[in-house]
Design a protein around this ligand. Structure first.
Ligand SMILES: [Zn+2]
Length: 463
């Protein structure tokens, strides 16, 4: 079964690339209202592709951009069901002048497809579509039941998806959710992500005066809120980057030796960090490795600070207030609400006399997600990846967040497998986004292998 599918993938590779180029030429930018029609077009284009290869597919309306849903069900009542999630919307392409070729005129160059959305996420989920096609065309059947749920709002925070999943848990019922929307550490190093950080965000305002005043008349006589805010923020971390807020690390999950050893396999060095960011050296809690800090330690970051006069020339003013935007990345077991409270309480406790502090915690904080590493579906992914890339996958904790993962796990009570086909230098969200042809082809192969492995290892729940 596998041999025929792999031969089909090989034989049809050129067409698979052409089809992806066509998909990429639709500017489905979800954030920009002028592209609303293009977003719809992309949904219908994808639904038609899924129908063409033999799935029942439809474009479902939401309050925002539509969802593409497709499924294939076999006769075998015990066959497991795999739900594949992805997103067909893309980030805005700006700044345009930095693209070497136009973002929606996809181009093949030196083994890469250059286009907005190539890696994030059209190329990655389309690889699964092509794997399903290869299996269906060569066998006339699939080893598992398949459901595709491809949304059009991921890049704007998936506002419709949580409610859709909650209202359609029966439709979406499955034995495993497969998501390819992350990166491999290297082209030959398959990577399974098993944790994602959560997030809280807030805005703080320090006020010392009722109005801006003359810095000559009042300088040296009253407090300057920019100074007060800077001094407060400076107290939050020690010189090595540890957060000093009491209780900040209280619920943080402690890594055991086994997990630390597994994370030590992730090939990531200070040199990588410096190359990627332009930083002159690494900074942060020295008792944890870079990989541990990214995935298993919470952060306190100031994202912006403003106040007073910042226009051209000089203005001799003492401003009345100063502001900062703050976000904290959270790790497993931390409660977003509790952390926000701890941060607010601490800032309040160090606000000096003569200053008032206002803390506004933004809605929509999300907890971190920790996924199983030894579920049969994860083991199926390990085998599929090992056979495809001829290397055992590493397990990694991701520093960012994919809020939808928690929805799938909690609402569908199914294990989530995060097996990405992208690479760290794919320039996602940046000019000259790309996806390597090799990554695309291997992604299709890994997907076909995974579906076959799933049928061998996981009995269905009667989805
Ligand atoms: Zn993205």
């Amino acid at each position: 079964m596998l041999r025929q599918a792999l031969a089909y993938i090989e034989e049809h590779q050129a067409r698979f690339v052409q089809e992806l180029l066509e998909f990429l030429s639709i500017p489905s930018v979800s954030a920009q209202p002028e592209h609303a029609r293009d977003v719809h077009m992309a949904a219908f284009w994808l639904a038609e592709q899924l129908r063409h290869i033999g799935l029942r597919s439809e474009v479902l309306r939401t309050g925002g951009h539509p969802l593409v849903y497709a499924e294939w069900r076999g006769q075998d009542l015990h066959a497991p069901t795999v739900l594949i999630y992805g997103h067909y919307d893309v980030q805005p392409p700006e700044p345009m002048e930095q693209w070497h070729t136009p973002p929606f005129a996809p181009e093949l160059r030196e083994g890469y497809i250059y286009a907005r959305g190539a890696s994030d996420n059209k190329g990655q989920h389309f690889a699964h579509v092509k794997a399903v096609e290869a299996l269906l065309r060569t066998q006339g059947t699939l080893p598992v039941n398949i459901k595709f749920l491809i949304e059009g709002e991921e890049e704007i925070g998936s506002p419709s998806l949580g409610a859709f999943i909650a209202a359609n848990a029966d439709l979406l019922r499955c034995d495993c959710v497969l998501i390819s929307d992350s990166a491999m550490r290297a082209p030959d190093q398959p990577t399974l992500v098993y944790g994602l950080r959560g997030l809280i965000s807030m805005e703080v305002t320090v006020r010392c005066l009722e109005r801006d005043v003359h810095s000559g008349h009042y300088g040296g006589l009253v407090q300057n809120p920019i100074f007060v805010l800077a001094q407060m923020l400076a107290q939050v971390k020690d010189a090595e980057g540890r957060v000093r807020i009491p209780g900040f690390y209280e619920d943080v999950r402690v890594l055991d030796d086994e997990e630390r050893a597994a994370l030590a396999r992730v090939p990531y060095t200070e040199a990588d960090l410096m190359r990627e960011t332009g930083a002159r050296c690494a900074f942060g809690e020295p008792e944890f490795s870079l990989v541990e800090r990214r995935g298993a330690r919470p952060t306190f970051e100031v994202n912006g600070i403003w106040g007073g006069y910042t226009g051209p020339g000089t203005k001799t003013v003492i401003p009345a207030e100063a502001h900062a935007k703050i976000t904290c990345r959270l790790v497993p077991y931390q409660d977003p609400h509790k952390v926000a409270q701890r941060v607010a309480e601490y800032l309040r406790s160090i606000t000096p006399p003569g200053a008032t502090l206002e803390v506004r915690v933004h809605e929509g904080g999300s907890p971190a997600v920790l996924l199983e590493r030894d579920h049969p579906a994860v083991r199926a992914a390990v085998r599929a990846a090992t056979d495809t890339y001829h290397a055992e996958p590493i397990f990694e904790l991701e520093g960012g967040s994919i809020p939808v993962v928690a929805h799938f796990r909690d609402q569908l009570r199914a294990p989530v497998v995060l097996l990405g086909f992208g690479l760290p230098d794919d320039n996602i969200h940046a000019p000259n986004e790309r996806f390597s042809l090799q990554a695309y082809q291997r992604g299709i192969e890994a997907s076909a292998r995974f579906l076959l492995e799933m049928s061998a290892c996981c009995a269905g729940r009667g989805a």
